[in-house]
Design a protein around this ligand. Structure first.
Ligand code: 5GP
Ligand code: ZN
Length: 113
């Protein structure tokens, strides 16, 4: 989608530090890390956020969780990690392309602020 920064990252028009890529999703390190390990996993298809997930496009979400589990193993995240998907203003979403934050490497507070 034009003017979507994550679509541009997926297309290679904006540089990123790639963690993983397949036909369905792309994973890259967050530009403003909030934990020692902080990467994002996004569907290659433009979906505007969690609230735009439907019965028609939800297979990508399960796929992304399987990819995250595989990457967590490969990256040695033995103490655990957090997966976060923000939606809308109250959810703290700043980029309108569905993305899953993966945070690890320190003990994370709960509940979030
Ligand atoms: P949100 O606030 O929408 O849940 O998360 C958006 C995330 O995207 C933020 O953590 C922000 O640091 C990250 N981000 C925004 N623009 C870029 C970019 O151009 N490159 C990378 N690698 N991360 C970005
Ligand atoms: Zn997009």
């Amino acid at each position: 989608m034009a003017d979507c920064i994550f679509c541009k990252i997926i297309a290679g028009e904006i540089p990123s530090k790639k963690v993983y890529e397949d036909d369905v999703c792309y994973a890259f390190y967050d530009a403003a890390p909030q934990a020692p390990v902080h990467f994002l996993v996004v569907p290659k298809e433009h979906i505007s956020g969690p609230s735009a997930v439907s019965e028609q496009n939800c297979a990508v979400v399960g796929h992304i969780y399987a990819v995250i589990a595989k990457l967590a193993g490969e990256l040695g995240l033995k103490n655990g990690y957090r997966v976060v998907a923000n939606d809308g203003a109250d959810g703290g979403q700043t980029v309108g392309h569905l993305h899953f934050h993966v945070l690890a490497g320190r003990s994370l507070a709960w509940p979030p602020g």
